[in-house]
Design a binder for this molecule. Structure first.
Ligand SMILES: Cc1ncc(C[n+]2csc(CCOP(=O)(O)OP(=O)(O)O)c2C)c(N)n1
Ligand SMILES: [Mg+2]
Length: 818
């Protein structure tokens, strides 16, 4: 073990790197070291794990090798990963020792989730697996079923999927283990989250960024995260970067990230067991001393938390070579280590000898159950990492105490007259949600909580910050060591924290710029998949809070930031995922936003995506009308319509705040210029109302949809996002061929707010022109109005180019028909 300690220059408050890495010789022991007997049992338990891992990869019969291994005992298709398993099981059994020795509350996150056989083996040996899935009992028959189901049709996946007891992290998409771990540790002062990082995983951007999470962990009110970098040297087919730089470089890198790395290196199991035990003892002592000091005497300086670097062979304990090829300690051990066992009797023999080398007959009793002296090596009850309730966070979830959202309403006496700043008002609501839930609610945003106008929250709590403080921070910095607003410029890290936090039973609100939600497209995908499985198949998982995402700083008000900041496509990504877990809301004004967020904070098992701009907007609905409108999800705004009691000539519909304003302005123009035109105005808050009920539980019935949108009248739909999305949702509807959707057409630059809408034809003038073109009797009679509308476009663009802003009547637009 190499113990590496940075020193600190207290005057400069900067960690100073100590280049010399002290290497502890293999033979050293301490009085605290485990006894020879304990080490023997740890090794035996580890052998049982490795045996089970191989069993999962290969066997569907003869689970305990009580008869000679034959081809018919093998699975026909061999799928799964070996390389990560022995190292991960090695870590797990040592963590078990730690939990028992120090009476710890610990969960385990497997960054390389493809190493699931290790996690599964341990869940099985701890008895949890059989408790959750009684047919996978702790006997030969159950073991056989346990082996067979792995990576088998109708069985379980080969990663730490939701079916895996003790898992909150599937680990299929590499990169998020550390951010998930920190999310789990926040506000869980007694929890230690151990997290195995694959050395390949450590090459990903998200993982690297997340190593900074230690500047956001408070030793008083949060738990600890114990990262274990699994330096097995290889990925699927390549060496890993961190294994091929010098230990000094790696040490410097991790120390630069603020960690105190402990190196455990080698391949001789007895020596490695002792070194790992010593390293983990050091880590726990260090964690306890950091927490103890901070909890007794306050935080003096940023703690340097411990982490372990475990350098051990990939596929450890496999045969050294297969034919002329190196197997153990090389990437060839990553997946099925001996793939041709069914066709190659010599290789089948090698596999059999390898498996028998773990001595299953010494590990399992006559019935096939782990022998008592090994059983007692694992913790019991909820202390088992496979049964820790934090890894089934819904069990611990408490509903939020929510203030009445009506108390925060923007006053609206007539629709479309007064202005308000929706996200600022939302911030006031969230401030009080925070005040009432100071231990299980956090707000996340990459450097933009104030920019997104949610700054009222800072009155309840500040931004978490454990790095250096400077005097200027007192002037508006809003930083605090015990803050509950999480801001770091890494959407990946924030999303991972937020996911880890909800997965362990708490509540989140995440706000980010619309265009940059795409950064976490894939994380959203993975979380939605996890939720879908939990909800539809894994019934023992308790419901968790929804992931609430506020999409703000939207496409339509990025006229100053320009093209790069204009992208409403996250909504398209969301609609690809299961209707069971996805919800999209586009509240048109502040009161609808309040009602929507109140609803989302109460909900479970969804990803709620809420789209709302951060600039002042006209307000349309008082709080009662807003609550009703949001409850319905879509509805006619009769005050904007003039088709009362008759068939409309045209339906003008909108979904989104800026586009609703433009659609209303178009309606007002048409009502003035074409007074006998019958217009029905519809607004959709809940986007999935557009889909048929067969596709989404929120979908309107065809009968309701047809009565709203008619079956034969033109529908001009002004949409916040890309127009194709509305067609995708509504293409089965009777009147789909008459739906003409305006939305973002990927046209952007620096412009004025109106200029950007004109560029994409979601502006009032182009909408009104489209109505004239689509209503048969206006096609020719409307020519004069159309001409006037074209003039308006030219004049408004010219004004914007001359003065750099929109005309006052555009900026101060009010609904004129009130
Ligand atoms: C983001 C991502 N990219 C690529 C892959 C494909 N993949 C699966 S395992 C693996 C190698 C992982 O190596 P490492 O993290 O070192 O894990 P080990 O098996 O060595 O423990 C890769 C590239 C993936 N799962 N996720
Ligand atoms: Mg590796």
């Amino acid at each position: 073990m190499r113990g590496a300690e940075g020193t600190r220059d207290r005057r400069r408050n900067k960690p100073v790197m100590n280049q010399a890495i002290t290497e502890i010789p293999d033979a050293v022991t301490s009085e605290n070291s485990p006894s020879a007997d304990e080490l023997r049992k740890i090794d035996a338990y580890w052998r049982a794990c490795n045996y089970l891992s191989l069993g999962m990869l290969y066997l569907c019969e003869n689970p305990l090798l009580r008869e000679p291994l034959k081809v018919e005992h093998l699975k026909k298709r061999l799928i799964g990963h070996w390389g990560s398993d022995p190292g991960q099981s090695f870590i797990w059994v040592h963590l078990n020792r730690l939990i028992k020795k120090y009476d710890l509350n610990m969960i385990y996150i497997a960054g390389p989730g493809h190493g699931a056989p290790a996690t599964l083996a341990n869940a099985y040996l701890e008895g949890t697996y059989s408790e959750v899935y009684p047919d996978k009992s702790e006997d030969a028959e159950g073991m056989c079923r346990f082996f067979k189901q792995f990576s088998f049709p109708g069985g379980i996946g080969s990663h730490c999927t939701p079916e895996t007891p003790g898992s909150i992290h599937e680990g299929g998409e590499l990169g998020y283990s550390v951010s998930h771990a920190f999310g789990a540790a926040f506000d869980n002062p007694n929890l230690i989250v151990s997290v195995v990082i694959g050395d390949g995983e450590a090459e990903t951007g998200p993982l690297m960024g997340s190593l900074h999470s230690n500047k956001f962990l408070n030793p008083v009110c949060d738990g600890a995260v114990l990262p274990i970098l699994h330096l097995n040297g290889y990925k699927i087919a390549n060496p890993t970067v961190s294994a091929r730089i010098t230990s000094e470089e790696l040490h410097s890198l991790l120390e630069g990230f603020g960690w105190a790395p402990y190196f455990v290196e080698g391949d001789d199991p007895p020596v490695m067991h002792r070194k790992m035990a010593m390293a983990l003892d050091e880590c726990v002592n260090r964690i306890r001393s950091i927490q103890g000091d901070a909890r007794r005497g306050g935080i003096q300086e940023r703690p340097r938390w411990p982490m372990v670097i475990l350098r051990s062979p990939k596929g450890w304990t496999a045969p050294k070579k297969l034919d002329e090829h190196q197997l153990e300690g090389y990437w060839r051990a990553h997946q099925i280590p001996i793939p041709d066992v069914a066709d190659n009797p010599a290789h089948l023999k090698i596999l059999e000898e390898w498996m028998r080398g773990y001595k299953p007959e010494e590990l399992f009793d006559a019935n096939g159950k782990l022998i008592p002296e090994l059983k007692e090596m694992a913790p019991i009850g909820k202390q088992r990492m496979s049964a820790n309730p934090h890894a089934n966070g819904g069990l611990l979830r408490k509903s939020l105490r929510l203030p009445n959202f009506r108390g925060y309403a923007a006053p609206v006496t007539k629709p479309g007259i007064s202005q308000a700043l929706p996200t600022y008002i939302l911030g006031e609501f969230l401030r009080d949600v925070m005040r009432d839930n100071m231990a299980n609610f956090r707000v996340f945003g990459p450097d933009e909580t104030a920019s997104n106008r949610l700054e009222a929250i800072y009155a309840a709590t500040k931004k978490t910050w454990l790095a250096e403080f400077k005097s200027e921070d007192l002037d508006g910095g809003e930083l605090s060591r015990d803050g509950r607003v999480m801001e770091m410029l890494s959407e990946h890290t924030l999303e991972g924290w937020a996911e880890g936090y909800v997965l362990t039973g708490r509540h989140v609100f995440f706000a980010s710029y619309e265009a940059f939600f795409h950064i976490i497209d894939s994380m959203f995908n993975q979380h939605a998949k996890w939720l879908e499985k939990c909800k539809t198949e894994v019934k023992w998982r308790a419901s968790i809070s929804s992931l609430n995402l506020l999409v703000t700083s939207t496409v339509w008000r990025q006229d100053h930031n320009g093209f790069t900041h204009q992208d409403p496509g996250f909504l398209d990504v969301v609609t690809n995922k299961s209707a069971v877990v996805t919800r999209i809301y586009l509240p048109p004004d502040a009161n609808c936003l309040l009602s929507t967020v109140d609803h989302c904070l109460r909900s479970v098992d969804y990803v709620n995506v809420i789209v709302a701009d951060k600039h002042p907007h006209p307000q349309y609905l008082d709080i009662d009308a807003a609550a009703k409108h949001c409850e319905k999800g879509i509805g006619i705004w009769s005050w904007a319509s003039n088709d009362l009691g008759s068939e409309p000539d045209v339906v003008i519909a909108s979904a989104g705040d800026v586009v609703t304003l433009e659609a209303l302005a178009a309606t007002a123009i048409l009502r003035e210029k074409c007074p006998d035109l019958k217009i029905r105005f519809i607004n959709a808050v809940d986007l999935f109302r557009l889909q048929p009920t067969s596709e989404h539980p929120h979908g309107l019935s065809d009968r309701d949809f047809n009565s709203l949108f008619t079956t034969d009248r033109p529908v001009i739909f002004n949409f916040h996002g890309y127009p194709a999305l509305i067609h995708k949702l509504a293409y089965r509807r009777a009147n789909h061929e008459n739906m003409h959707v305006h939305g973002y057409r990927e046209k952007g630059s620096i412009s004025t707010p109106l200029g950007l809408t004109i560029l994409n034809q979601v502006d009032r003038f182009n909408l009104a022109i489209d109505v004239i073109d689509r209503v048969p009797r206006l096609k020719t009679s409307g020519a004069h109005v159309k001409d006037w509308l074209r003039d308006q476009i030219v004049e408004n663009l010219a004004y914007a180019h001359e003065y750099g802003m929109d005309k006052p009547e555009i900026r101060d637009w009010k609904w004129p028909c009130a």
